[in-house]
Design a protein around this ligand. Structure first.
Ligand SMILES: [Zn+2]
Length: 261
């Protein structure tokens, strides 16, 4: 785990591996606010960190296990209030039914009892807009720090040109959410997996352009009479170990299908 500072923001970055697959995930702490809790797999290290960090509240960008794995511990031991978008509350109250590869990769999330997020929150020094940004997850939110002009985007970005998607993701919804965050005045964008991006607006614009062009291509091939399977083979011919590892929960077919739905 690597701890770094950027002005008054602290970032704890963790690299997890499963075979040859590596994934990086970060949690962020600013002004008494912890943004996401990291995965249960990192419990031992995260507890040492959370014992030192003096947080007054926790906001979860969404319910996925790599963001919420220590939430039950923070609730039970640190007794801090934990907030999530209302659509994520049920997911957190119940034991997560995860596919095998996600259990192995991130560890299992214990149930906990989060509180519903409002559209605005405050910390000692900052005002924050809570922006519902579904597409990666139904309960996903981005957090805009008004004073700094920083956008904490959770898993909205991750990478600019994805060649595959998870079954629960949707290209049209991600496009709408990217447009929504671009209505806010930010340059610095803070991603749970890609870290702090100083030219964050550019990164978000790049991803939006990419997804819009994919959407157009898929629709025009479909209008020419191609079915979704043929479109996937034409646009995304390469397979990736992750597709097999996830039993195709992660696959290019979800890009195509979410556009044609
Ligand atoms: Zn996620």
């Amino acid at each position: 785990m690597k701890i770094t500072s950027f002005e008054d923001l602290k970032q704890a970055e963790m690299v997890l591996s499963f075979g040859k697959q590596k994934m990086t995930v970060s949690v962020f702490m600013i002004d008494g606010l912890l943004i996401d809790t990291g995965p249960a797999k990192m419990k031992a290290k995260l507890i040492l960190l959370f014992e030192q960090w003096d947080m007054k509240k926790v906001i979860l960008t969404h319910h996925h296990e790599d963001h919420t794995g220590l939430a039950y511990w923070l609730q039970e031991i640190k007794k801090v209030p934990i907030y999530i978008h209302e659509l994520g509350i049920k997911d957190c109250e119940n034991r997560a039914k995860l596919p095998f590869y996600r259990k192995v990769f991130w560890g299992e999330r214990e149930p906990f009892q989060p509180i519903e997020l409002n559209d605005m929150i405050t910390t000692d020094n900052y005002n924050w807009d809570v922006i519902h940004t579904p597409g990666h997850a139904h309960d996903h939110v981005a957090l805009f720090n008004q004073e700094k002009g920083w956008m904490f985007g959770g898993d909205l970005y991750i990478q600019p040109t994805p060649k595959s998607l998870f079954a629960f993701e949707s290209v049209p919804e991600i496009i709408t959410s990217l447009k929504k965050v671009l209505t806010y005045d930010f340059e610095t964008y803070i991603c749970s997996h890609a870290g702090i991006k100083i030219k964050g607006r550019q990164a978000i614009e790049k991803k939006l352009d990419y997804l819009e062009s994919i959407q157009q291509e898929v629709q025009s091939l479909y209008n020419q009479g191609m079915n979704s399977n043929a479109i996937r083979k034409k646009l995304f011919p390469k397979s990736h170990p992750m597709h097999y590892l996830s039993f195709f929960e992660n696959s290019p077919k979800h890009i195509v299908n979410s556009i044609l739905e």
